[in-house]
Write a protein that binds this ligand. Structure first.
Ligand code: FES
Length: 260
């Protein structure tokens, strides 16, 4: 796969919730090729390994890529201190994005925590591709202070928020409102991104109802380009279990193929 590695200018980088940042980078060459579900590898100061950050939104007209990320270590902490007009080195777009069946008319988007950003661009693209489509988002967070992108989703589609502790939205797991949405009828595809236990539970709901489900796996990565094998995950192919690389074969997989 062809990807681009270059320096680009930061348009904005602001904290949207404690520990969560919203970065906009003008990178027309990457934006032109990028699809929802792909990711970017970011050179963080002098760190030998780049940090993989999922693409939240792509604006092909302006050439801007939006990335919403959480500070989780030295690399992302370094990113959080970057300011408007500073330069950042990006490698991307990487991985395979979402490929939603053309005949789909109603999609459920299920995001958990920092897994919610990549699904926003996917939901927007899904709706933009066909005016007969509709979409519902179910977004789960630890607690009220971890809720991100709620208004962004509400601007696009019906949105239900859940929290583990009940401090905001519905109390409990995302699978409860997901089941309610499915019961209303019409959902023919589910996309999900978030912690593995949540993805496994969403995959089980999809399988139970015979709904095609795509999951974007979160996996620790090294190179991000298929060279180091750090991101191997077990997948069923033609009835056989095998290992594929999340960075190049994924991060999006049909949930029915994932060996949980
Ligand atoms: Fe190196 Fe996937 S991160 S092979």
């Amino acid at each position: 796969m062809k990807y681009i590695q270059d320096d680009f200018k930061i348009i904005k980088n602001s904290e949207i919730q404690s520990g969560f940042y919203d970065m906009l980078v003008n990178c027309p060459s990457i934006a032109e090729k990028a699809r929802p579900g792909q990711f970017i590898n970011i050179l963080c100061s002098d760190k030998p390994l780049r940090r993989p950050i999922s693409i939240c939104e792509i604006d092909k007209d302006s050439g801007n890529i939006r990335m919403v990320y959480q500070v989780r270590g030295e690399g992302t902490e370094w990113m959080s201190r970057l300011c408007e007009s500073e330069i950042i080195n990006l490698l991307g777009p990487l991985g395979n994005g979402f490929t939603i069946p053309a005949k789909s008319r109603r999609m459920a988007v299920v995001g958990g925590g920092i897994g919610t950003p990549p699904l926003l661009g996917a939901a927007k693209q899904y709706l933009a591709d066909n005016s007969e489509r509709s979409c519902t988002a179910v977004l789960g967070f630890r607690n009220k202070s971890a809720v991100i992108l709620e208004e962004d989703y509400k601007a696009v589609c019906d949105t239900v928020v859940t929290t583990d502790d009940g401090s905001y939205g519905e109390h409990g797991l995302v699978t409860v409102p997901l089941e309610s949405e499915i019961a209303k009828g019409g959902i023919d595809v589910i996309i999900a991104c978030g912690p593995t236990p949540m993805l496994k539970a969403v995959a089980a709901v999809g399988e139970k109802h015979g709904i095609t489900t795509f999951v974007s796996l979160e996996q620790r990565m090294g190179c991000g380009i298929g060279a180091c094998l750090a991101c191997a995950c077990k997948i069923k192919l033609a009835g056989e279990e095998t290992y594929l690389k999340v960075c190049t074969h994924g991060p999006v997989f049909n949930a029915s193929k994932v060996v949980w």
